[in-house]
Design a protein around this ligand. Structure first.
Ligand code: CO
Length: 176
């Protein structure tokens, strides 16, 4: 089921999400719905709070290179990384990347991130895993983990860029 996306500056996006304790049917439905919602909105990552659920759950699906325009081919369900209760074990180096967010639709800006991260997390069955990356997935993980801590990427902009953004965003929300 496609769920509604919480849009900035909704206060729920400031919530610190709670750890998942039960790896049950309800969690699996949430994960399945998050995938459907992300695909419907052309996203590559989504945190549970973005569909209004304050749990430490996020998904990422990095599109594969293909000639097909079909999202099911570009981002098949089986390629979805389901990350529950993530803990950053290591973060090193620096990089900059132009980010976007389904909760701030249509806005893109460069953000400073760590280049490389090592993260421990649980899958939908509660099994622990470790993942390491120094490319796009690293950035996506950092962006989504920020959501679990109540942070949206626009809050990482410089003061000047942030002010400009807030002004433009208010205008855009008014005209919706
Ligand atoms: Co986001």
């Amino acid at each position: 089921m496609i769920r509604d996306i919480v849009v900035y500056p909704d206060k729920r996006l400031k919530m610190v999400s709670e750890p998942v304790e039960r790896f049950d049917e309800e969690l699996h439905t949430l994960l399945d719905d998050m995938y459907e919602t992300m695909i419907a909105k052309n996203g590559v990552g989504l945190a549970a709070i973005q569909v209004g659920v304050p749990l430490r759950v996020l998904i990422i699906n990095v599109p594969v290179e293909t000639d097909s325009d079909d999202p099911q081919v570009q981002q098949p369900k089986e390629n979805t990384l389901e990350v529950i209760n993530p803990v950053i074990l290591d973060a090193e180096g620096k990089t900059r990347y132009q980010e976007g967010c389904l909760s701030v639709p249509g806005y893109f800006e460069e953000v400073d991130r760590y280049k490389e991260v090592r993260i421990e997390y649980q899958d939908r069955y509660g099994k622990k895993h470790i993942i390491e990356d120094d490319e796009f997935l690293s950035i996506a993980l950092q962006h989504e983990i920020d959501h679990l801590d109540g942070k949206v990427f626009v809050e990482k902009l410089s003061i000047i860029k942030r002010k400009k953004f807030e002004k433009e965003w208010k205008k855009r929300l008014k005209n919706r």
